[in-house]
Design a protein around this ligand. Structure first.
Ligand SMILES: [Zn+2]
Ligand SMILES: [Zn+2]
Length: 205
């Protein structure tokens, strides 16, 4: 089954990144443990309460409240079909992007936004803020850290939002929704500079 293969690829990538990035180990191992439960909700809940990192354990007890980890996991499996009204919203389910991805396209790279809910991707301009949509290139900057050679963080000085861009052209094994979870040190850095993440990830970071 294609979807199972795909899930196995995500799970393996998360465990591989957990070894490479100790600061994100807990989050990545948590994410890897989410696979394989389908709709066995009680089994998943029991497992999450066992393994969730401390700040998330309380969230796990909230069950199906809107915005809770569980609700996001369940909706990820059965995304709602809602009409997008903005170019920064997923065409499938209207959620905002979790991150962006660069994919090889001819001689260059094309940028896509990645849905925070269903992981669908849609093309987006490279010189535009995915949060406030302004197109003044001078207000956008890109931060890179040595330990993340295939990731850059896009910062907007108009709305003080940020999001990570995963470059799949420089690391073909990268999976945007998984690699985004490895970015904890970049998240800490961006917040220290006064920026807020456009959409918190499934681990609440
Ligand atoms: Zn979506
Ligand atoms: Zn902006």
């Amino acid at each position: 089954m294609v979807s199972t293969e795909n899930e196995e690829r995500k799970r393996k990538r998360a465990l591989e990144l957990a070894e490479r990035y100790p600061a994100s180990k807990e989050i990545l191992e948590f994410y890897a443990a989410l696979f394989g439960y389908d709709s066995d909700w009680p089994a998943l809940k029991a497992r999450l309460l066992e393994i969730a990192p401390a700040p998330m354990r309380e969230q796990c007890t909230l069950g199906l409240q809107p915005g809770s980890v569980f609700q996001r996991i369940l909706q990820r499996q059965n995304p709602l079909s809602v009409q997008a009204t903005g170019i920064n919203q997923c065409p499938q389910c209207a959620h905002l992007p979790q991150c962006a991805v660069l994919r090889p396209e001819g001689e260059g790279r094309e940028l896509f936004l990645v849905c925070s809910q269903c992981s669908d991707e849609w093309p987006f301009g490279r010189a535009q803020c995915p949060a406030c949509l302004m197109t003044d290139e001078k207000s956008l900057s890109f931060y890179k850290a040595e330990q993340f050679p295939h990731i850059q963080t896009l910062l907007c000085e108009k709305c003080y939002s940020y999001l990570h861009i995963i470059d799949c052209a420089s690391d073909p094994n990268a999976i945007p929704e998984v690699d985004e979870l490895a970015c904890t040190p970049l998240d800490i850095w961006a917040r220290e500079q006064g920026y807020s993440k456009l959409t918190l990830n499934i681990a609440g970071v």
